[in-house]
Design a protein around this ligand. Structure first.
Ligand code: QAP
Ligand code: CO
Length: 168
């Protein structure tokens, strides 16, 4: 297992649209394990491959209170199940230290492949539904800061760029 480096906003690589996974093999399962280690260490509740600079349609999540319900979604397809929306205070491992409210659909169906390449389907609401929409956005090169005002987004960008300069 290994911890992976997480790209941070405004890194342009986070804007890459990820390609479908063609084969779920041992190398993919190794990547999944490394992504879980990276997510749990952070700690976080969701991590998309895009955030570790792997531009394939794969994400890992654990929204349980005890951090003992790992979930893998490969090539996830999302279907909204309602017009109703909810707002939630979101954060992101690629935007550390910043939280903003985002409005999203309240109930979704997800079709995806598991770590053995087997298809499965779930319906999600609450935090699970928020998190999966947030993570699928990453695979499409989108970030939660895209949903806040330009002023807020620019403030966040400047603060993170300053932190990145101080790190270097
Ligand atoms: C996405 O985010 C999410 O700022 C997952 O300093 C978040 O795991 C979906 C984190 C909220 C729905 C609701 C953020 C860790 C983790 C930070 C995360 C930080 C350290 C974020
Ligand atoms: Co994120």
């Amino acid at each position: 297992m290994a911890r992976l480096e997480i790209l941070e906003f405004p890194d342009p690589r986070l804007r890459t649209v990820a390609k479908p996974v063609e084969k779920v093999d041992d190398a993919m399962r190794q990547l999944i394990d490394d992504m879980f280690e990276t997510m749990y260490e952070a700690p976080g509740i969701g991590l998309a491959a895009s955030q570790v600079n792997v531009h394939q349609r794969l994400l890992v999540m654990d929204v349980s209170d005890d951090g003992n319900e790992p979930r893998v979604f490969i090539n996830p397809e999302i279907t909204p199940l309602t017009d109703e929306t909810k707002i939630y205070d979101e954060g992101c491992l690629s935007v550390p230290g910043f939280y903003e409210t985002v409005e999203r659909v309240d109930r979704v169906r997800i079709n995806a492949l598991d770590r053995n390449g087997e298809p499965f389907e779930i319906e999600a609401d609450g935090l699970l539904a928020v998190c999966i929409q947030h993570e699928i956005d990453h695979l499409d090169g989108k970030l939660f800061v895209d949903y806040v005002s330009r002023l807020k987004r620019e403030r966040i960008r400047k603060k993170l760029e300053k932190i990145h300069r101080q790190r270097a």
